[in-house]
Design a protein around this ligand. Sequence first.
Ligand code: APR
Length: 311
Amino acid sequence: MSKVTVIGAGAVGATCADDIARKGIAKEVVLLDIKEGFAEGKALDLFQTSSLLGFNTLITGSTNDYSKTANSDVVVVTSGVPRKPGMTREELIGINAGIVKNVVENTLKYSPNAILIIVSNPMDTMTYLAYQAAGIPKNKIIGMGGILDSARFKCYLTLALNCAPTDLHATVIGGHGDTTMIPLIRFAKLSGIPVTKFLDQATCDKIVADTMVGGATLTKLLGTSAWYAPGAAVSLLVESILLDQKKVLPNSVLLDGEYGQKDICLGVPVVIGKNGWEKIIDLELNEEEMNKFKASADAVRSMNEVLKTLV
Ligand code: APR
């Protein structure tokens, strides 16, 4: 049985710890946060649900003591700050880059063999930074965003089709951002049948548009960014790693010529198993989809450039 650490015991971190524990896929989940007592409190509250919900995963908390995270198989990084009014994107990258770099270095001191999952935003850039800071094989660094965006895509498809969400296969690739993600409507299927057979063009366009602003819609409704679906998306990813399920899931990974891109982390479908991301699935994109992917890469690359100006 395995050990999972979640860095950042905030909304997303605690929800994903909760989901992982309920699934019974890990022996222990460690929550770590920089805020004094916060992770310990969240962990104790969550662990007190074990007898009620019927799981045996131990959940513990730690205030910035990485020795408690030693020998983790998977480490999920959700630490960071959300964007505040008046703050530039560059400033946000500056703060979160410092946090993510520090967290990755501390983590690897105690868990050199861990697979890292990066959730902090801007996720594709933070995943690229983690790859550079970690110095571990690229297959062990996974940025989580595409699974969440695909879940939102499936949610809007479900509402339009009045179908069972679990009957849908739909994928979002590209960057994890309002303008950079690419919901692949042409590839979306309901029990193997293209959804475009059931939906007219205007409905398809609306589903794609709603998916792209899926996160922003929730931020507006909630006053902060979402946590249930992000937590569940991380937990699905962790499950495929720990149980070596070989699920095909869209994640941000380092591209080396695939999809015409190099030296960038971007969302593509990958096989997820015990070694992290094990293989990139090459979708046959048409010219329009390929152009969108290139534009997405250009946008993420210019964001990555900002990293060079930071210490
Ligand atoms: N080390 C450990 N924990 C940290 C650090 C650090 N250096 N810096 C911040 N944290 C913790 C905060 O104390 C906080 O508890 O990270 C937690 C973040 O939690 P929330 O503010 O609730 O944010 P959340 O909604 O969980 O989002 C976390 O995921 O989806 C992304 O955009 C989102 O980047 C954000 C991240």
